[in-house]
Design a protein around this ligand. Structure first.
Ligand SMILES: Nc1ncnc2c1ncn2[C@@H]1O[C@H](COP(=O)(O)OP(=O)(O)OP(=O)(O)O)[C@@H](O)[C@H]1O
Ligand SMILES: [Mg+2]
Length: 231
């Protein structure tokens, strides 16, 4: 079996809205992700999918529980260290692409490489290579508003990959795309999974998208209720 890249144990998270009103978003989540996994996270709206992604991606902290990336315990990290590990080891792909509008495709990818601590020459090389792999050679110097939704999401994929992260987290990556473009994006992610052994966790409402994933994790009410490999 491939090595475990990510481990979360007994993760709890609640949001206090007022003295009496506490929303329990996660109630004891355990999950292990191995290198090369291609996981879909599914479940009804409000069941805690995004909260889980934010915690796994070190964007938010659990109230309780243990998190490890590449065997390193991250449960009690200081903010600055968490930031560095996040920039290097985790790639994010969001529903709304979240590119910086004033930067070109190339510059958006370069900037993520800078945050990850790559040297300029290396990040230029890797950004060029990734944008070419994603079919954007002739769009590298365009800004996001000059690109289609599918192209913007491909730039976001390049940005997520530039630091060669251990885990790529995608929250509804195809949520704003039509079904044909959604399947194109999924086939790009699958190809990166196959050719580069990249590890993906993808939150989706879309059954067509989930069907493309090898492992399906179902959540309900802040818990994982099923975790299965597709045949
Ligand atoms: N910042 C927050 N403050 C208060 N409550 C929150 C916050 N973020 C999430 N919640 C609550 O936590 C629960 C889980 O939310 P979460 O966003 O993780 O759900 P989700 O599964 O991603 O839903 P969706 O499919 O609609 O995106 C919900 O009840 C939600 O209202
Ligand atoms: Mg969500």
């Amino acid at each position: 079996m491939n090595k475990i890249v990510f481990e979360a144990k007994n993760i709890h998270k609640s949001y206090r809205m007022s003295k009496r009103n506490i929303v329990q978003a996660l109630s004891g989540v355990d999950i292990e992700v191995r290198q090369g996994d291609f996981v879909a996270i599914v479940g009804p709206s409000g069941c805690g999918k995004s909260t889980l992604m934010h915690i796994l991606g070190l964007l938010d902290r659990p109230d309780e529980g243990i998190l490890k990336i590449d065997g390193q315990d991250l449960s009690h990290l200081k903010e600055k260290k968490a930031y560095r590990i996040r920039a290097k080891k985790i790639g994010f792909i969001f529903q709304g692409f979240n590119l910086i509008p004033t930067l070109t495709a190339f510059e958006n990818v370069l900037l993520a490489g800078k945050y990850g601590g790559m040297k300029l020459i290396d990040r230029k090389e890797r950004a060029t290579e990734l944008l070419a792999i994603l079919g954007l050679e002739d769009r590298m110097h365009h800004k996001p508003n000059e690109l289609s939704g599918g192209q913007q999401q491909r730039v976001a994929i390049a940005r997520a990959l530039v630091n060669n992260p251990s885990l790529i987290l995608a929250d509804e990556p195809t949520g704003e795309l039509d079904s044909k473009t959604s399947l194109e994006i999924m086939s790009i992610l699958k190809k990166l999974n196959k050719d580069e052994n990249k590890t993906f966790m993808i939150v989706t409402h879309n059954l067509e998208v989930a069907k493309e994933c090898r492992r399906i994790v179902k959540m309900e009410d802040g818990r994982i209720v099923a975790d299965s490999m597709r045949k």
